[in-house]
Design a binder for this molecule. Structure first.
Ligand code: HEM
Length: 269
């Protein structure tokens, strides 16, 4: 529906006193330094708003009606990003209550459930948010594949996406050990045992013996800080989970979004 901006902008019913104040405020340097373009009542002004705003500039100045429809993109990239933000915020709050120490970790989880006000809500938001992110990232990937958006010129962004998927799965995997319960302990034992079969860098993998790789210098040893899951594995999982992987994911996401802008969103054609 066409919107008549001039009609909307008609403020003649406002008493002239308020009108003068409003005009004075809008003429000040402070106002102009924040709102550079003015009321976006023309197409060039609307495009200038998109270009000059810190937040809006991540969106294209024009998007086709086809690409705006929910059925095109399912908004799955956006929902995945929203879940990442939710996980970052709840994760930082969880850090106030959780100590990655083998005699404390499990009890801290129990305290969150039974002692900390709304602790169980906080923990479940983090846990279900993580499951949700794995689910939505897969749906996003399916949508990109299904609409052929991985084809040139977006092939490099697909590769960045594959890295983001790997980081997301690693975030889930490292988070799994942190409650220090039987489920996480044995899941990470099995997972890291599989790493020891990696070609060249796992001590049980093909060709590794030619490189002098042994049980105490292979990839599994690097991951868990020893030959068995113990306190070293817990602190390594914690640091990767809370600092290393989120930083890498953030950098990749910034790059991913920038590329969507530069390649052009496939739905806007
Ligand atoms: C943390 C994970 C991810 C986030 C937050 C994310 C976010 C986004 C967003 C917001 C968009 C633009 C709008 C949309 O399509 O929804 C997008 C586009 C895109 N994503 Fe992702 N994405 C992620 C993972 C992936 C993965 C795993 C792949 C593929 C392996 C991928 C490939 C692409 C491609 C090729 C585009 C351009 C699509 C187009 O122009 O139609 N992304 N992503």
């Amino acid at each position: 529906m066409a919107v008549n901006f001039n009609k909307q902008n008609d403020v003649s019913f406002i008493p002239s006193f308020f009108k003068k104040i409003s005009e004075y405020i809008k003429s000040t340097t402070v106002w102009k330094s924040i709102f550079r373009v003015g009321y976006p009542d023309t197409m060039p002004k609307r495009m200038a708003v998109m270009r000059s705003s810190f937040y809006m500039h991540i969106f294209p100045t024009k998007v086709g009606i086809h690409g705006m429809k929910l059925k095109y993109g399912w908004c799955m990239g956006g929902i995945t990003f929203f879940l990442f933000l939710l996980l970052s915020i709840t994760g930082v709050i969880l850090m106030f209550y959780y100590i990655p120490e083998e005699h404390r970790a499990y009890n801290d989880m129990k305290d969150l459930r039974y002692m900390v006000p709304y602790g169980v809500v906080l923990r479940n938001m983090h846990r279900w948010g993580a499951h949700g992110m794995v689910f939505t990232i897969i749906l996003h990937m399916i949508r990109v594949f299904y609409t052929g958006s991985y084809k040139p010129p977006r092939q490099f962004n697909w590769i960045i996406g594959v890295l983001l998927l790997t980081i997301t799965l690693l975030l889930s995997f490292t988070g799994y050990l942190l409650p220090w319960d039987q489920l996480g302990f044995w899941a990470v034992t099995v997972g890291t045992n599989m790493a020891s079969s990696t070609p060249l860098i796992g001590y049980e993998g093909p060709f590794s013996k030619y490189l002098g790789i042994q049980i105490d210098n292979d990839i599994r040893f690097a991951l868990i800080g020893g030959t068995r899951i113990g306190p070293n594995a817990l602190i390594r999982a914690y640091v990767w989970h809370c600092i290393g992987l989120p930083l890498i994911a953030t950098a990749l996401m910034v790059f991913h979004f920038w590329r969507v802008r530069k390649d052009g969103f496939s739905g806007s054609m």
